[in-house]
Write a protein that binds this ligand. Sequence first.
Ligand SMILES: Nc1ncnc2c1ncn2[C@@H]1O[C@H](COP(=O)(O)OP(=O)(O)OP(=O)(O)O)[C@@H](O)[C@H]1O
Length: 331
Amino acid sequence: MSEVKLGGLSKTFDDTVAVDDVTMTIPNGAFVTLLGPTGAGKTTILRLIAGLERPDQGDVTIGGRSVVNDTPAQRNVAMVFQQYSLYPHLTVRDNLAFPLRSPLLKTPEEEIDRKVLEVAEVLRISHKLGNKATNLSGGEMQRVSIGRALLRDPSIYLMDEPLSSLDAKLRSDLRIELKRIQENLGATLLYVTHDQIEAMTMATHVGVLDNGRLVQFGTPREIYENPVNLYVAGRLGQPRINVLPADLFAGAPTGAKSIGLRPEHIAQGEGKASRVKRVEHLGDQTRLHLSLDGHDIVTLSEHHTTIEPGDTVAIQPRNPLFFDASGARIA
Ligand SMILES: Nc1ncnc2c1ncn2[C@@H]1O[C@H](COP(=O)(O)OP(=O)(O)OP(=O)(O)O)[C@@H](O)[C@H]1O
C-alpha cells in the first residue's frame, strides 16, 4: 500500500470545471472519504487517480512516483464502482478469482481457492460461490464486486459509493466489515460517498468538496467540530446544524452574520422562549422542533420527555459557531 498525493489537480469537461486545483495527501493506511453533493467532482477525482481520465493540470503520485503517464493497469489501483461490474457468464467463484488468475501473478490454484473462500466468508457470499453472477440479487453482486477488489493487492482501493445500492441493514453491516478489513490489511482507501454516516464512522480523514474544490480536509471530528465555513458545517450532522441570524441571541462577535447551532448545542431551561411545534420520538433520540421569532430550530431532548407541541421552552446557545456574510467561519 502507498501514500497517494494529488497536487494542483484540475479537470474540465467542456464548460464544466469538475475538479478545481485539488491538492490532497492520502496517507499510507488511511481511510479517506470524499464527501460532497452530486456533481461536486468526487467520481472524477477517483477516475483521475485510476487513470481513466487525464488531468488538464496537476499531478498524481503513488508511493512518491508520478503516475500521470501510466496506464490504469500500471497504476495497480483497485476500483469498486457504484454499479457492480461482474462477468455475467462466470460463477461467483470465478469472478472473485479472476484478478488472481492474471498470468502476471502466477498465483497457485490452492492459494486462489483459500483467498476466495476467505473473502466470500467475510462478505457472507460463500453459499453462492457456485452461482452464475446473473443469478444474484443486487446486494450480492455488489458484495462480489467488493470481494474482487479485496482479493488484489493494489496500491490503493478506490471505491465509488459501493454500498449505496444495498438495503439499510446490509449497508450498516458492511460498513463495519469494510472498516475492519481495511484496518487488518493496513489498506489505503479513498471512498466516495453522499452518506455522512459512512463518512463519519469509517474515515480516518474526510475531504469535503464543493464544486470541484476541496474546501476542508481533516479528521471527521475536526470537520464536525471546526468547520471552516457554513457549507462544510451543513454537510455533517443529523439533524442538520441550525443556521440562524447572528443577532437572534446576545453575544455575537463583530462581523458575524449567522450563528450555527448544532442540535446538541442548545441548552434548555434558560434564555429565550421558543414554542414547541413538533416532538419526534425516534427511539434512540427525541427531537424537538421549535419556533423562535419566526425561525425553525431543531434540538434534542431526553428520551422520555413530557414536552408537547404548544409548550414553551427557554433556550440558549452552547458552543455556537459564527460565520460572516460570505459564510466563512469567524469564531
Ligand atoms: N465525461 C464527462 N463529460 C462531461 N461532463 C462530465 C463528465 N464527467 C463528469 N462530468 C461533470 O463534471 C462534474 C463532476 O462530476 P462527478 O461525476 O465527478 O461528480 P460527483 O461528485 O461524483 O457526483 P455524483 O455524486 O452524482 O456521482 C459534473 O458537473 C458532471 O456533470
